[in-house]
Ligand binder design. Structure first.
Ligand SMILES: [Zn+2]
Length: 201
């Protein structure tokens, strides 16, 4: 694999590393209290892709960021009654604009997968990285979101031994449906030039 900075181009000015203790340089950091340590020796080899919007289908209102930081006003919308008190998080959130947030360092365990099993291992929160795309389950996603997602996944490949990318629907079949049929798996696969084995069958 060629390093992106290989070649004859002059070195760019001194810059921060891409990753610092599991935090991604190009994400807006918004720390969530909803996380814990990963089990000793966890092999972080799975990226889980989700979709979320609060209330469903409404974008850009900051509610997802509030949910992941326990700041959501449960009385602000009738839909929130059904998730009142929910304590969840994801490592990353990609807004419709492609803007990227990070809530939990990737070396820590975020609370995005719930009861789950994939590649012969259960409790996927233990050894996966969760990426939430702002969207409606089953709906389409924006080109800007795929662009950010591709860059993020490529950077994750460099920092962690990622061997699988799957949707929440694949690791919790029958229980979860996100991101759903509107997510373009071949597009991501082509953009990453990744082997077929990395993606859900
Ligand atoms: Zn999900």
């Amino acid at each position: 694999m060629t390093r992106p900075d290989a070649g004859g181009a002059p070195a760019s000015p001194p810059s921060q590393p891409l990753w610092h203790k599991g935090w991604y340089r190009y994400a807006r950091a918004l720390a969530s209290p909803n996380f814990g340590p990963r089990p000793e020796g966890a092999q972080i080899d799975l990226v889980v892709i989700h979709s979320i919007s609060l209330p469903p289908g409404e974008f850009g209102n900051g509610n997802v960021q509030r949910l992941f930081t326990n700041e959501l006003d449960w009385d602000a919308h009738s839909y929130f009654q059904g998730i009142r008190g929910l304590q969840v998080s994801s490592h990353f959130f990609i807004a419709r604009t492609g803007a990227l947030w990070q809530f939990v360092g990737c070396d820590d365990r975020a609370w995005h997968a719930g009861e789950s099993s994939y590649r012969g291992r259960s409790n996927c929160n233990d050894d996966s990285i969760g990426i939430e795309l702002e969207g409606l389950e089953g709906g389409l996603f924006e080109a800007a979101q795929y662009e950010t997602l591709t860059g993020l996944c490529a950077s994750l490949f460099q920092a962690y031994p990622i061997a699988h990318i799957a949707g929440h629907e694949h690791i919790a079949p029958g229980r979860k449906l996100d991101p759903g049929p509107g997510f373009d798996w071949p597009l991501l696969q082509d953009a990453l030039a990744s082997p077929l084995g990395v993606f859900p069958k």
